[in-house]
Design a protein around this ligand. Sequence first.
Ligand code: PBG
Length: 336
Amino acid sequence: MPLQLLRRPRRNRHTASIRALVQETKFHRENFVQPLFFHAGEGSPEPIDAMPGVLRHTLSSLLEECRTLVDLGMPAVALFPCIEPSEKNPEGTHATDSSNILYRAIEGIKKVSANLMIIADVALDPYTSHGHDGLLTEKGEVDNDSTIEALIRLALLEAEAGADLLAPSDMMDGRIRAIRHALDRASFEDRGIMAYSAKYASAYYTPFREALQSRPGAIPLDKKSYQMDPANTREALLEAKLDEEEGADILLIKPAGLYLDVISSIRKMTLLPLAAYQVSGEYAQICAAARAGWLDYQAARDESLIAIKRAGASIILSYFSAEVLKELNQQKLCSS
Ligand code: PBG
């Protein structure tokens, strides 16, 4: 005897066709951004231990990779240079040195394709010998205000080389306004700012610091005086509000999967587009569990990404981006 039910939500889940028809969140190629690592060395691209499948590129393999990404329909790349230890110093002066490989990379990618957008990080951590994102005071504290001059010079050089979006990522105060003014004064009013508005002091950046070799010694670097406490949401809303007021074009939340509530709360309070960064540790944990046979790789990967979009981010920076695009192009990506 069937239950007398007027509402049977399972009817809309009965076949693959009805599931596709009622699906609320879908991936589009335009949602994805590929972060890329590269260094000034020659030879073959180097693997990164804790990030299977991710490479530390040479300049020529980076450009080759960008050609492939353009063919896949990737809308944008986020660039992270890995700087030789001999070029690092406490002030991170190599950031604004014209020999910095970053500028050659930006110029080279623009020649590969004028349409592939380049997101350039505006922070000093790849260049400082201590690994912090800013200059240190005599007492060893990370100094908010004195770092801004170097960041402005870095942003202007990145814009001059051809970067489309500048991404201040050091989670310090007053970055967006200062960089916006500097870009406008230099007639770069067409370049956007993607603000790392809510960036948490997360344990999930460790593989990235290995990729950039920006982790001096074995002790994890303590960035809690500028990156946010994982326990806080209201503070993230305040940071997002300030970045919007200061002139940001896009707001970014990072990490992504552990902060879906933050993405969703910021989504409700701003009209700006939102980006989320699925960081190296989020990538590494899916790869590791899949390698151990504990998770299904594709299913776990796709679920982690659709959750980010469902929460409200339309731009997803992920180390999975290229392969997901490949599968979307082949219509293989199964969202059931
Ligand atoms: C620093 C920066 C970090 C990441 C992107 N930009 C690391 C940090 O703050 O120490 C991490 C990204 C990742 O883990 O994938 N400006």
